[in-house]
Design a protein around this ligand. Structure first.
Ligand code: DGT
Ligand code: CA
Length: 571
């Protein structure tokens, strides 16, 4: 999958053009292209192969040629040229949240900073304050930003990991010597972030697999090239390990390398009690060393007198006890989802018209979709004035008549203001079918204030869903400090759902908090927060979180059919 690589080039180009104070429309075109390529559900290399690059929204002749060049050569001349015009390291500075081209330039020009290392040192030594044009708090913010980036860059998002591994898995599957090919590790457990990629292959010719693997397109460095085990670093700096295992040990290896380690440790205890031992080769009788299982994953669990446990649950968070009592949850599946209740259109900061969204949702087989644009206060994201939002509701009415077979819900993602009140007046609120509410500003308030703000919003009795409740944003923002217990109690009392936001950099609530919400008697809604119709497919990531949170169909609002949903919305 070259999508991330291509998007990365364009992202850097946009940054470089911004530093060079180039034409804003050009910069915007690159930014749009990045967004569109990142959320493309197809492999850009395949799209190029059939000559359809220009059908990608935002990709014209010029960008299509650049994509073709990247695919062919792994490089881009235009990028190299731009890079030479900008002091080295400035792009690196801009990876810190809050440092844009202007600040990067100031840091370079006034303090000679041209790498993250230097930036960190100078921030620690308080040598940044006092630069004209930078606020006093910048130094503190930079230090915090560096910590955040360090913490997050060690792990990629689940989406990045799946995209990357898909390329390797499909490449390996094409090899004549390959049997089964599967990505294990945290990726298979659908953890929200993933450190490295662990792939298992069965084959009678392990060397052929190894030799082909280390030469695959995304490989930058070969760390190890053995007869059954190799490891590489990709161009994006991610480690990928491939192990070839014997077909008769495949199940045992899969359990072992899927992990988690804590799950494996617990399983070994269970085995011991049964006079067995488990390792990556199989399950063995402890006394005689006779192999009793190994080929299929289900056999391993069966030998331990357990039903097979879904990978998403393998964290040693009670799944082994539940399995032994026959009480594993019947996990929600993407196919249970009947609609998406948080989607942005062109009316605020989305890319598509309401009609395009309606048609895309219908094509996905949804029963309903809610168009939830931003409210007035959120100016940076095109928040709608009360007057404009009424026009939008009229437009929804028109599209309803035009696109049959899907129910369009007139919605809003309304700002919860600093004092906990909602961003439209009552008579406007009355016009919506669904109200999703969120905090988009004032994150730095105290834990008590933030909690009270959300609770107050729920207590208006108007809010159906609190979206991205903790505000976390991978690489940019830690979750804000909330008294979640209080929020769960208020949500239960006011019958407000909490969202699992499926956007790959959010996944908020996370697995642990979603499970706690369920246990506190709160219903969840899994929504994509799409700003582009391709992103409707992000539902998969939200459902992955829901599965890791032990959620069943009944725990999630948007698994309900339309009439059930409407009953809930009338509350
Ligand atoms: P990650 O890579 O940090 O996102 O998380 P994992 O779970 O993929 O961890 P990783 O890549 O270190 O190892 C993959 C699986 O292999 C892990 O989930 C369990 C198994 N494993 C690896 N090393 C050990 C070990 O030393 N002991 C045990 N019991 N299992 C291990
Ligand atoms: Ca791993």
């Amino acid at each position: 999958m070259r999508n991330e690589q291509v998007a990365g080039f364009f992202d850097d180009i946009a940054d470089l053009l911004e530093i060079l104070e180039d034409n804003v429309f050009k910069i915007r075109a690159y930014r749009k292209a990045v967004l569109n390529i990142r959320s493309l559900s197809e492999d850009v290399e395949k799209v190029a192969g059939v000559g359809r690059l220009e059908e990608i929204p935002g990709i014209g002749k010029d960008l299509a040629a650049k994509i073709a060049e990247i695919i062919k050569t792994g490089k881009l001349k235009h990028y190299e040229v731009l890079k030479r015009k900008v002091p080295e390291g400035m792009l690196e500075l801009m990876t810190i949240p809050g440092i844009g081209p202007k600040k990067a330039r100031l840091l370079y020009e006034k303090r000679g900073i041209k790498s993250l290392n230097e930036l960190e040192k100078k921030a620690k030594a308080h040598k940044i304050s006092g630069i004209p044009g930078l606020k006093d708090k910048t130094e503190e913010n930079i230090s915090r930003g560096i910590e955040l980036v360090k913490k997050h860059s060690a792990r990629m998002s689940l989406k990045e990991a799946l995209d990357l591994s898909a390329g390797f898995v499909s490449g390996l599957k094409k090899l004549p010597a390959a049997g089964k090919v599967i990505a294990a590790g945290s990726l298979r457990r659908m953890k929200d972030t993933v450190r490295d990629i662990d792939i298992l292959v069965t084959s009678r010719k392990p060397q052929a697999i190894m030799d082909a693997f280390v030469k695959m397109p995304d490989v930058k460095n070969v760390l190890a090239h053995g007869s059954t085990k190799s490891a590489v670093l990709t161009t994006g700096g991610v480690q990928v390990d491939v192990r070839v295992v014997d077909e008769n040990s495949f199940g045992a290896a899969l359990v072992y390398f899927t992990g988690s380690q804590a799950h494996n440790v617990h399983i070994r205890h269970i085995a011991k009690r049964l006079g067995l031992k488990v390792n990556e080769y199989g399950v063995f009788d402890e006394k005689t060393d006779r192999k009793v299982a190994g080929k299929e994953e289900i056999d391993i669990y069966k030998a331990l007198k357990l039903p097979i446990i879904p990978p998403e649950l393998r964290e040693d968070r009670g799944e082994i006890e539940a399995a032994s009592k026959g009480r594993l949850p019947e996990l929600i599946d993407v196919s249970d989802i009947k609609g998406d209740l948080h989607v942005h259109s062109r009316w605020s900061d989305g890319e598509n018209s309401i009609e395009e969204i309606a048609r895309a949702a219908k094509a996905k087989g949804y029963e309903y979709i809610a168009i939830t644009d931003h409210s007035e206060s959120l100016k940076v994201a095109g928040g709608l004035s009360e007057r404009d939002v009424l026009k939008k509701i009229d437009e929804i009415g028109r599209v309803r008549k035009k696109v049959k077979g899907i129910t369009l819900l007139a919605g809003v993602e309304i700002d919860i203001l600093q004092d906990g009140s909602l961003d439209y007046r009552k008579n406007i609120l009355d016009r919506f079918d669904i109200i999703v509410a969120a905090i988009h500003a004032g994150f730095k308030q105290s834990k008590e204030t933030l909690t009270a703000r959300i609770v107050k919003a729920m207590e208006t009795g108007r809010v159906h869903i609190i979206s991205h409740p903790t505000g976390r944003l991978k690489g940019a923002r830690d979750p804000y400090d909330l008294a979640l217990g209080k929020i769960f109690r208020a949500a239960k009392q006011t019958k407000t759902c909490l969202e699992i936001n499926a956007f790959p950099d959010r996944l908020d609530l996370d697995d642990i908090n979603s499970r706690a919400a369920k246990e506190a008697g709160v219903k969840l809604a899994v929504n994509t927060d799409s700003h582009l119709v391709d992103q409707l497919d992000y539902m998969f990531f939200g459902v992955s979180v829901a599965r890791r949170a032990w959620l069943e169909k009944k725990d999630v609002l948007n698994t309900r059919g339309l009439s059930e949903l409407l009953k809930f919305l009338k509350k």
